[in-house]
Design a protein around this ligand. Sequence first.
Ligand SMILES: Cc1ncc(COP(=O)(O)O)c(C=O)c1O
Length: 410
Amino acid sequence: MSVEKLKKVLSNELDDLKEKGTLKGKETIVSGVKRGDSEKGTRYFLLDYPGKEFIRLNSNSYLGMSIREEVIKAEEEAAEVYGAGPGAVRFISGTFKGHIDLENRLASFHGRESAMLFSSAYTTVMGTLAPLITDETIVISDELNHNCIINAIRLSRPKNKSIYKHLNMEGLEEEIKKTIGTCKRLIIVTDGIFSMRGDNAPLNVIMDIAKKYDSSFEENIIVVVDDSHGVGAFGKTGRGTEEYTGAKVDLLIATLGKGLGVNGGYVVGDSVITQYLREKAPFYIYSNPITPPEAAAALKALEILDSPVGIKLLEHLRNVTNRLTDGLVNLGYETIMSEHPVVPLMVRDTKKTADLVAYLKENGVLATGLNYPVVPKGDEEIRFQVCADHTDKDIDYVLGVLKEYKQSRG
Ligand SMILES: Cc1ncc(COP(=O)(O)O)c(C=O)c1O
């Protein structure tokens, strides 16, 4: 059958994106990795630039775990023992000891009764929110929440949803007050770290507000937090935004694919809730888990994070992050101050963002430009992501490139 008419419609839409400057376009293909030392950090090679070395300032592997030898070894050893893939979903025959060991360790790392793995943080958010949202549930959400939260709410069709202005706690409280008497269950959902900006939700304040109004709801107020960019990157011991704000939320979701450097997602919380989710979450029931080698690698990364080595990596990460942030400010660039290794350079223009990204790439620096609709119009930015395998010299090199750019463009 012909798809010519459909192709025409889709091509027009793609042309439209190109016209607006928001087409993501051809993907960069990484063709090699060279480990660094204390002077010169890890370097990456790209298929289209044979022999050229790049500093990668757009990776989520904040602690460098994805290329850490102990983590790779753990993955290889588990592959030898269990094979490459799970071969089935969890409830059929796809639950391996490595999954259970990892869940137990994640629960104790976060001080919770239980943990439950999913194949990604995206599916964890979908798989957690959808079963918990009934037609007697209202959801209140921060306006800058990640796409997975937005889609999870759409998929779940709650009784109602309301959005509060980014980090605006008076707005949140107002929305809660409006819902009293109109639903049984209220879910407040937020990112921990907002991945486009590196700022964080005041989880302690959110928990205090939730406690204040909890008795007005027949089935409680449940605070659900996706801290995918926080765990393994933020807080003195890498426990993320909860640690940074001194809060303990009802359900904490995070990824194994950023700070922990592997792949997969998880939720931690009360064991009755996770037991319920294992029975009800389609993303868990009908989809393969992470592989046993991935589970072993993530467990090893978690053990490293939860050790003096992890504390040192986090300390270095904070130092190099501050070096970049201070450097940007000194050069007269606009940024958002935060201790988190996402360091935004606010350009506030789509074309200028693309120009700077291209200049950085020409000079051996990989960074990502973020445009509408990924960020609101007017918030176009370059998102730098600092990692523990960057050195002071790497950061100084990047700042040197940015200085030259400013001089050349005026
Ligand atoms: C807040 C947040 N949640 C979830 C995800 C998705 O994580 P994963 O790749 O594990 O699905 C991301 C990644 O960009 C994120 O920023």
